[in-house]
Design a protein around this ligand. Structure first.
Ligand SMILES: [Zn+2]
Ligand SMILES: [Zn+2]
Length: 334
């Protein structure tokens, strides 16, 4: 497991066996995700698929661009896919005359697109930046994707369908929470998490006798999550905020209420309670993730978790690591 980024400004994690590699979430710009993979020693060309936990921007910001560029399938639940497509479709209200006008324009655009398709390959070469790399979207404006000017493939060929549809993906696969499936030799069990998105999920990955679980973005620890993540060798768990820092911090009251709610985020205290009461003690690594930059301090999260694990800490197991927002965590290899 390699956590490329974790937090409210972007989440992405590589989970790999010796034969299969999947990316869980793509919440940074395509360019930044590729940069972080390079830093962490992960080859993007080796990725087999992208899995999405839920449609919040910090989990999908670079998704369409990255998937098109790598030409790999994206796995969603159906409601999450639908919510994501809706998010990318501009909300417009227009008169009938305007609508007719738009249809006509789209018809002309399609005809023009066919005519210039061969010219595209040439143009793609001009879109390389100074370093010779292909440009992706501005990391500071992840949703305003300049789709029409954007190469989707390292070879410089464009996908014409992406011009008409910002949510166009090379392939979409659906999974359901509670139903196992496999990508290559990695067995995957998605489970429902309580969070304010269309159909949010956590995942358990299993390959070569190793189990890794990923559960962030959840308002509390319900029994189904405790059960799903039991027996994991690596546990990526949310430790979002310190309750006092959140209470006294800069967020408006409504946002504080949302974070604290049953469909918000796990506090250090809630994570500690799980670790003290329900955790089986068997993980080699516990990775704390999705830490709030405004309402938490990494050392507070760490101390809280380590105290909760208490006597079960050993030199061999239960190492507590902190996943960061700004840089990848060193790969965890078992
Ligand atoms: Zn999130
Ligand atoms: Zn979320």
């Amino acid at each position: 497991m390699t956590v490329l980024a974790s937090g409210s400004k972007g989440n992405s994690t590589v989970v790999a066996s010796s034969r299969t590699r999947v990316l869980v979430d793509a919440g940074l710009s395509c360019r930044e995700l590729l940069r972080r993979m390079a830093v962490a020693g992960e080859d993007p060309a080796g990725l087999d698929a992208i899995l999405i936990t839920h449609e919040h921007l910090d989990h999908v910001a670079g998704l369409a661009v990255l998937a098109r560029r790598l030409r790999i399938p994206v796995f969603f639940t159906e409601p999450t896919h639908r919510a994501w497509v809706r998010m990318l479709t501009p909300k417009t209200t227009m008169s009938y005359a305007k609508w007719l006008d738009r249809l006509q324009r789209e018809k002309e655009d399609r005809a023009a697109a066919i005519a210039i398709e061969s010219a595209d390959e040439l143009a793609a070469d001009n879109r390389r930046d100074a370093s010779g790399a292909l440009r992706s979207e501005d990391p500071n404006a992840p949703l305003e994707l300049p789709i029409e000017a954007e190469p989707c493939d390292a070879d410089g060929a464009t996908m014409p369908a992406a011009k008409a549809d910002p949510s166009f993906l090379p392939a979409v696969e659906y999974f359901r929470a509670g139903t196992n499936f496999a990508i290559g030799d990695i067995g995957i069990t998605p489970f429902t998490i309580p969070h304010d998105a269309a159909d949010p999920c956590g995942f358990v990955f299993e390959a070569e006798g190793i189990r890794m679980a990923l559960a962030t973005d959840l308002g509390y620890m319900p029994p189904n999550v405790k059960q799903a993540i039991a027996g994991s060798d690596v546990l990526l768990l949310e430790s979002n905020h310190d309750l006092e820092m959140l209470r006294d911090g800069p967020y408006p009251w409504s946002v504080k209420q949302r974070v604290l709610s049953r469909v918000g985020h796990l506090s250090n205290a809630a994570t500690a309670e799980f670790l003290a009461r329900d955790y089986d003690g068997g993980a080699a690594y516990i990775v704390l993730g999705h830490l709030s930059e405004s309402n938490n301090v990494p050392e507070l999260a760490r101390i809280s978790a380590e105290e909760a694990i208490g006597g079960r800490m050993s030199l061999l197991g239960n190492r507590v690591l902190l996943a960061a927002q700004s840089e990848p965590l060193a790969p965890i290899c078992l």
